[in-house]
Design a protein around this ligand. Structure first.
Ligand SMILES: Cc1cc2nc3c(=O)[nH]c(=O)nc-3n(C[C@H](O)[C@H](O)[C@H](O)COP(=O)(O)OP(=O)(O)OC[C@H]3O[C@@H](n4cnc5c(N)ncnc54)[C@H](O)[C@@H]3O)c2cc1C
Length: 391
């Protein structure tokens, strides 16, 4: 049986980037994906500056920008009064990064782009429709099983998402909690920018029900919007997904009755969880397999891609310089970074949107205005929000 340097489990955006980074470094890579095609449900699109730097190093950036939308600013709004509270401008990060903006490109486009590159590389193999069922390892190697099929590798990267089979096979606890409400994503052609005067990324606070509005390019590059809402805790999935409830939510987001038709609707459970460990001997976790968070702020996938890049570099060092010290520090570096910058910020972002106490709301808005008006604090806020502050 052929033994690979690295097997990556899961061809989501994190697994495909991990596989591509390893393959470009010259490692012999096998990528195993459960499904027969890349999942194109509406999830991540917001890609932060340090992630764009990684995509540039992988040779993907031109296509990535061409298939997405460049968003230089994001805005906070008070939804009930439709007042714009603060505007944050990534231009303030010029000098800190080659990419002082985010790019809104749907995550399935990234996974497909990376897959296409991998298919053209002699040292990479992709097997779709191959659900991994078991991981066994000894001091020498890892055996990855997909039913009756077995594959051998020196190292394995588990990038198989929040319900990770790899994490479960390693018996690693997924510490944290699940929020009682779910998030509803409505995809529509309604042009919120033209109607409300907002930008391409908007966070609208409301004590009853908040809304986030994002524009993405869509597969046809004609442009469409995603409106994200929280559901009520006592609302069933069926209720939230009903046509009447979706149209009512769009009406509360100022969509006129004649424009309330939508293209797609999706409901997500929302968690804040971090794996107790990101490594067991020769097997590593990254992306949603290692941590999940609410999507407000667009950070989860970004941190997963940073881990994939970091891990690929560490693995490469093992094979080229026989230096395993970086592998030892992978978890020590990445786990605290996720807790400090991703878990903490996304929880704070959610609280900012849903705050019910009128005095607290007013204080939070005043704080945002003050930060936006102060050049030093504005930049510091963006450094954290963009995952550029790293320690
Ligand atoms: C509504 C919403 C909006 C979001 N917006 C953003 C955003 O703007 N920015 C951001 O950074 N993050 C965002 N996120 C989070 C982002 O979607 C996830 O962090 C991202 O999908 C993680 O990628 P991944 O590759 O780790 O996992 P996944 O995308 O879940 O991919 C895992 C892959 O592994 C495969 N797999 C699973 N089990 C097996 C198995 N046993 N064998 C083989 N293959 C397997 C799956 O089929 C899948 O292809 C958002 C999430 C949601 C729900």
């Amino acid at each position: 049986m052929q033994r690979r340097n690295v097997i990556v489990v899961g061809a989501g955006p994190v697994g495909t980037v991990a596989a591509l980074a390893c393959a470009r470094a010259g490692l012999d890579v096998l990528l195993l994906e459960k499904e027969s095609r890349i999942d194109d449900s509406p999830r991540a699109s917001t890609t932060q500056p340090p992630t764009l730097e990684i995509l540039a190093q992988l040779g993907l950036i031109d296509e990535y920008i061409r298939l997405g939308l460049v968003a230089r600013t994001f805005e906070f709004w008070d939804r009930p009064t439709l007042e714009r509270i603060a505007v944050f401008d990534f231009e303030r990060l010029r000098g800190e990064t080659d990419f002082p903006f985010v790019v809104q490109t749907e995550q399935h486009k990234l996974a497909n782009m990376a897959l296409e590159r991998l298919r053209g590389m002699a040292n990479a193999q992709v097997l779709l429709g191959t659900p991994v069922t078991q991981i066994d390892q000894d001091e020498e190697q890892v055996t990855v099983s997909a039913g009756a099929e077995h594959f051998l590798a020196d190292y394995v990267i588990g990038a198989d998402g929040g319900r990770s089979t790899v994490r479960k096979a390693l018996d690693i606890e997924f510490e944290g909690y699940t929020w009682p409400e779910r998030f509803l994503v409505v995809t529509t052609r309604f042009d919120f920018k033209a109607a409300l005067g907002c930008c391409l990324r908007n966070y609208m606070a409301d004590p009853q029900e908040w809304t986030n509005l994002f524009k993405v390019a869509g597969d046809d590059l004609k442009g469409r919007w995603r409106a994200v809402f929280n559901t009520r805790e006592d609302e069933t999935d069926e209720e939230a997904l009903s046509d009447a409830a979706v149209r009512a939510r769009l009406s509360r987001a100022y969509v006129p009755e004649a424009s309330r038709d939508y293209l797609h609707v999706n409901l997500y459970a929302v968690h804040q969880r971090v794996a107790k460990s990101f490594r067991k001997e020769r097997v590593f976790l990254c992306g949603d397999a290692a941590h999940v968070n609410n999507p407000i702020g667009g950070l989860g996938l970004n941190s997963g891609i940073h881990e994939a890049w970091d891990l690929a570099a560490c693995l490469n060092r093992v094979f080229t310089d026989e230096d395993g010290s970086m592998l030892d520090s992978y978890e020590a570096r990445r786990r605290p970074l996720n807790i400090k910058y991703v878990q903490e910020q996304t929880i704070a972002n959610k609280k900012r949107l849903e705050e019910r106490d009128p005095e607290q709301r007013a204080r939070r808005f005043a704080d945002l205005r003050e930060i936006a008006d102060d050049p030093r604090r504005h930049k510091e806020f963006l450094m954290r929000a963009a995952l550029l502050e790293r320690s």
